[in-house]
Design a protein around this ligand. Structure first.
Ligand code: KG4
Ligand code: ZN
Length: 372
């Protein structure tokens, strides 16, 4: 009989630790014997203010901030969940990909807790954690398609099972969030650029600037955003000095180019999925990553999914962006499937760690991106 409060007998309980970028996060999550997930706590401490003055994430500052904050964040997660370390069945920590300093802090802390308590440690791939979140939030069945759009990654991934991923598309240069951030900076909007650019776009005219739709019509569903950024720079230079109206119009025109591009690129991936799995009546497209918070992007994806008979699943923003719950959940899924490392305490953090070992090495933003 499981003595832990509120847990179904036979449930597994995990602590998840996330430190791969600029969020210090920890969570306690349960996996019930039928595979259902339950978040008992999810504490996320953003370092936004530490990095704002620099206009982007500074790896050294991030690592130091993780060192200072992590113990307290873990303690808060355990307290909020009403659990103690002894109640846990496993400890999961992000081991890559990401900024190496942060990864070391999180993984070492996970190792220390595991060693001290005798609980198993599961090193987690951050991208896998994003990829499996929809099973925690929506019990999504395999296979499904994942669109991951964050500050460091822009990928379309076929998810067929735990550990079974095929990357169908990536960006050949900037990540989508990065494109939002750089465009925002170009027109003088403050960091973080994405949300501020979205706000500015609401009052703008999306037809005023004729911006390119990079890769539109290409046979592979890959992305490219650097040409769009260059076009924005040219438009901004030509219109300088920029009035508020100019900024809004550029923001709206940029967002409209992004929406068109997503429509084309993701549309292609959906059609390919249909060809692979004609027997699935209503397949799911999962969208994750910070850009998934953008309303225009969500609306475009929703329309696309409806038109093609897909169901769009967008986990709540707190679970779309980096968090500890997704890490705990990925650890639980791996543990339940018996897919654990032989020597987890000897696991070395990896700044690069592709989800799909068979896909070609990244040549663009996903590679540069420490974030996911
Ligand atoms: O997933 P995330 O929180 O962090 C990582 O990159 O790991 O994503 C952050 C990215 C940033 O580039 C940010 O500008 C972008 O997501 N973002 C947005 C919005 N909210 C966040 N981009 C467009 N519109 C938004 N509302
Ligand atoms: Zn991420």
């Amino acid at each position: 009989m499981d003595q832990r409060p509120l847990l179904a007998p036979g449930s597994l309980l995990a602590l998840g630790i996330e430190t791969s970028c600029d969020e210090t996060a920890a969570a306690v999550v349960a996996r019930e014997p039928d595979g259902a997930g339950r978040i008992l706590s999810n504490v996320v401490l953003s370092q936004l203010e530490e990095h704002a003055a620099f206009g982007g994430v500074v790896p050294e500052i991030a690592a130091r901030a993780h060192v200072e904050a992590l113990d307290g964040v873990i303690e808060a997660a355990l307290t909020e969940a009403g659990t103690e370390l002894g109640d846990l069945d496993l400890v999961a920590a992000t081991a890559g990909p990401g900024l190496i300093g942060g990864l070391i802090v999180g993984l070492m802390t996970g190792k220390a807790i595991a060693a001290a308590t005798g609980k198993p440690l599961v090193p987690v791939n951050h991208l896998e954690a994003h990829a499996l979140t929809a099973r925690l939030t929506d019990g999504c069945a395999f296979p499904y398609l994942l669109l991951l759009v964050s500050g460091g990654h822009t990928q379309i991934v076929l998810v067929e099972g735990v550990g079974r991923y095929s990357r169908w598309a990536t960006t050949i240069d900037d990540a989508l969030g990065e494109a939002f951030d750089k465009t925002a900076k170009l027109v003088g909007l403050p960091y973080p650029g994405g949300p501020n650019l979205e706000k500015a776009a609401t009052a703008g005219d999306p037809r005023r600037f004729d911006l390119p739709r990079p890769m539109k019509g290409a046979k592979q569903p890959d992305f490219s955003f650097s040409g769009l950024k260059t076009a924005v720079r040219q438009a901004a230079t030509a219109a300088a000095p920029l009035s508020d109206k100019d900024v809004s119009d550029i923001a709206a025109s940029f967002q409209s180019a992004i929406v068109d591009t997503l429509d084309d690129r993701v549309g292609l991936a959906l059609r390919t999925f249909r060809e692979h799995f004609p027997e699935i009546a209503h397949p799911a497209l999962i969208v994750a990553g910070g850009v998934a918070a953008n309303k225009a992007v969500r609306a475009a994806l929703d329309g696309l999914c409806r038109a093609q008979g897909f169901v769009l699943i967008a986990p709540p923003p707190i679970l779309c962006t980096d968090n500890g719950a997704m890490v705990a959940w990925a650890g639980l899924e791996r543990f339940a499937a018996g897919m654990t490392e032989e020597d987890p305490l000897g696991f070395v953090p990896r700044s690069r760690w592709p989800l799909d070992a068979h896909s070609a090495p990244l040549i663009g933003g996903g590679r540069r991106g420490a974030k996911a």
